[in-house]
Design a binder for this molecule. Structure first.
Ligand code: C2E
Ligand code: CA
Ligand code: CA
Length: 702
């Protein structure tokens, strides 16, 4: 029920109304019963008086008769004496007054009839025959005849209605009639009932006034006690109204131990529960509010918090400066190899480090799981770079000292605040960060407008790329490997080309990393292997029977589950001899998971496929894996070949590599040989196989 439907005090009103009704009903019942009892008793008393009067009158008649019989009195004088005694002496006008020697009530009197209904004695009707007089209320009743009949049967009462004295209203009368045989008289004593029970009406009046008195006093007391009983209910109702307005107040417990006390207890319990619930909600809201602007782990602002801070500086203080992003490289490795706790420690250390070494950084926030963003209010690009590098360096060494074995670095990007607000600045910095990550360079990358174009192009490319594989838009071109001593082709390397209808010809250096970002590497590798092995027959026709065909395999695909099985199934599908297939992998495969790589190479060797180590001389170039892993071929990277012309040390190193390869019986291939000068140098080494523009460029099969 809502508060608007509440009629205030209605329970109390009902209780009081009911209470007073019961009180009135009770007293009226008692009054009525006592009135009836009193009236009955008085009526009975009146009847006894009537009966006794008639009996005494008859005794008096008989005494007079005795005197008549003894000759003392004449019959006439005896009869006149009785009439004068019962009523009064005859007036000259033939009427008799009501003297009431015998008390028959205020308006009662005696009548005497003979058996034929002639009035022998009556105040006004003496000598008249009243045989046919009827009851005033019930016209079928002949009252005189009834009274005479009752008298002849030995005497008795008869009730009827007659005019009230000096009035034309009809009242209830009662008579007692008895027969006196000596004189032949029917003696009747009549009286009005109301004369007998007048006292009873007094009782009624008395009771009525008593009732009013009782209802008055008991009513006042009763209303007070009802009010006292229902007061806590009012308090509860008042409390509920306050609850609706958000105020939770406890109410005082009553002294009694009744249902109301129980109600008060329940109400107070509810209030306590509501208070607790409100507190919980407030706490949660506070936490949500906190989490909306802060990072729980480090206690630093999150992106929204930083947004507010930076925007308020830009708008209110006309501040300008640089936004810088630091992306932790290697955090995932820490999480997976050392556990999340260690990863969390690194993150907390960064926050703590800023507290103790703010070093010109005005704001720091954790803007995503492994990204921190700094706001530096300084317009000098070089100074800002110095601040960032300094922060990065001390950070790296403090992490190294605190979390042993945590090898991390930071990709860094920054953008100058010129126009616009935080969001624009953050978006631009994120673009620069994307470039930094893609080039896997740990120097600071500063946002330039062409980055946007580059990223947009990439996006465009990504949109077309997934269809490109399915639509066979990516095709292998082939570049031959030549043994310059015999000038024969020993094999070909498949190099992918994307001939896009919309974007033109795109080089693998661009679309292969994009394929990786779209998680399509595996699909692409399988597609290309299928296509190249499908080309093998035609390749033999073009480049010579029994040539080898090399396919570049991304590290991701090489270590993917089911890769070896897939290679095997493709060899069967295209009925190709396994040792004609060479898979080229780069050094970064080797450092990712040494054991898994060894195992995969072993499985591939078991089915007869050969493995070539590509781009040797770049990257990590650890001699360690040369000794531990079984390769079949080593491809010296083109940068090495080009450097060797200018740098005798590089050439010397090449000779050592050749020695190691010979020792392990690896075949050697020189990549990117473009000039005869380069070839002349190579002639001084055991290297025989050349792949480069000097002899051939990658070309389409058809
Ligand atoms: P890579 O495996 O080192 O391939 C040799 C690259 O050197 C090719 O570039 C080739 O065209 C180029 N090249 C050949 N001879 C010369 C030369 O005399 N001088 C110069 N300057 N360059 C020469 P391309 O075709 O642009 O491929 C670039 C890279 O893309 C490849 O380097 C390889 O890592 C990757 N790639 C190409 N096709 C595939 C593929 O099907 N799968 C995978 N995973 N990677 C591929
Ligand atoms: Ca290659
Ligand atoms: Ca290469």
């Amino acid at each position: 029920m809502n508060a608007s439907r509440l009629k205030s005090g209605s329970v109390q009103k009902k209780l009081i109304q009911n209470f007073i009704a019961m009180l009135v009903l009770g007293t009226i019942t008692i009054g009525a019963v006592s009135f009836m009892t009193a009236r009955n008793a008085l009526n009975q008393k009146g009847e006894i008086i009537l009966k006794n009067s008639v009996i005494q009158a008859i005794q008096l008649i008989q005494a007079e008769q005795a005197q008549v019989e003894s000759g003392v009195k004449s019959l006439d004088s005896a009869q006149e004496y009785i009439k004068a005694t019962l009523l009064s002496p005859l007036n000259p006008n033939g009427t008799r007054d009501l003297h009431n020697h015998v008390n028959l009530g205020e308006n009662g009197y005696f009548i005497v009839y003979d058996l034929k209904g002639v009035e022998i004695m009556h105040p006004t009707l003496e000598g008249k025959n009243v045989w046919n007089v009827r009851d005033m209320a019930n016209k079928d009743t002949f009252l005189v005849q009834e009274q005479i009949a009752i008298a002849r049967k030995g005497g008795g009462f008869f009730s009827y209605s007659w005019l009230l004295p000096h009035s034309n209203k009809v009242g209830k009368k009662i008579s007692y009639s008895a027969y006196e045989p000596d004189w032949g008289w029917v003696v009747v004593a009549t009286a009005y009932k109301q004369d007998f029970n007048r006292d009873a009406r007094m009782i009624l009046l008395y009771i009525l006034s008593l009732t009013i008195g009782i209802v008055g006093t008991v009513g006042i007391i009763g209303v007070r006690s009802v009010k006292k009983i229902v007061k806590p209910i009012f308090t509860i109702v008042g409390g509920l109204e306050k609850v609706a307005q958000g105020e939770y107040e406890l109410i005082k417990q009553t002294e009694s131990e009744d249902e109301i006390a129980y109600l008060v207890d329940g109400y107070n319990g509810m209030i306590l529960a509501l208070r607790e619930a409100r507190e919980n909600i407030e706490n949660k809201n506070r936490k949500l509010e906190y989490l909306a602007y802060f990072d729980e782990l480090t206690g630093l602002h999150n992106r929204y918090g930083l947004n507010q801070q930076v925007n308020s500086r830009i708008r209110n203080a006309n501040a300008t400066g640089y936004l810088v992003q630091l992306d932790i490289a290697g955090l995932k490795v820490i999480n997976s190899t050392m556990g999340f706790q260690q990863g969390d420690r690194v993150l907390k250390l960064i926050a703590e480090h800023h507290k103790t070494h703010p070093g010109g950084i005005n704001q720091i926030a954790r803007t995503s799981s492994n990204e921190f963003t700094l706001w530096i209010e300084n317009n000098q690009k070089e100074t800002v770079k110095e601040i960032v590098y300094g922060f990065r360096d001390t950070l790296k060494s403090s992490i190294k000292a605190e979390v042993s074995g945590a090898g991390i670095d930071f990709h860094m990007a920054m953008c100058a605040q010129e126009t616009g607000d935080f969001d624009e600045l953050y978006e631009k910095t994120t673009m620069a960060m994307k470039v930094a990550k893609e080039s896997n360079d740990f120097n600071i990358h500063i946002y330039q407008d062409d980055m946007r174009e580059q990223i947009e192009n990439e996006l465009l490319m990504s949109r077309h790329l997934s269809n490109a594989i399915m639509d066979n838009e990516i095709v292998p071109h082939y570049q031959s490997k030549i043994d310059y001593s015999t000038m024969t082709c020993t094999g070909v390397e498949a190099l992918a080309r994307w001939c896009s209808e919309e974007l033109g010809v795109i080089s693998p250096g661009i679309f292969i990393p994009a394929i990786a970002r779209l998680n399509l590497t595996d699909q692409f590798t399988r597609y290309l292997l299928d296509r190249v092995l499908g080309d093998y027959r035609k390749l033999c026709v073009k480049y010579g029977e029994g040539i080898t065909v090399s396919v570049n395999i991304s590290p991701l695909s090489f270590l993917a589950q089911g890769f070896v099985e897939y290679v095997d199934s493709m060899l069967s599908k295209h009925a190709m001899v396994a040792d004609r297939l060479i898979l080229e992998i780069t050094e970064d495969v080797l450092i990712s998971d040494h054991r898994a790589v060894s195992a995969t190479i072993q499985q591939l060797h078991q089915i007869g496929v050969k493995i070539s180590i590509d781009d040797f001389g770049t990257g990590y170039s650890s001699l360690n894996y040369l000794v531990n892993i079984d390769f079949d071929e080593m491809k010296i990277d083109k940068s090495f070949i080009h450097q060797m012309e200018k740098d005798p040390k590089a050439f010397h190193l090449l000779k050592i590599i050749c020695d190691i390869a010979e020792l392990h019986q690896y075949s050697l291939v020189a990549e990117g040989v473009e000039t005869t000068a380069q070839l002349d140098l190579i002639k001084n080494t055991p290297l025989r196989i050349i792949q480069g523009y000097l002899f051939s460029k990658p070309e389409a099969l058809d």
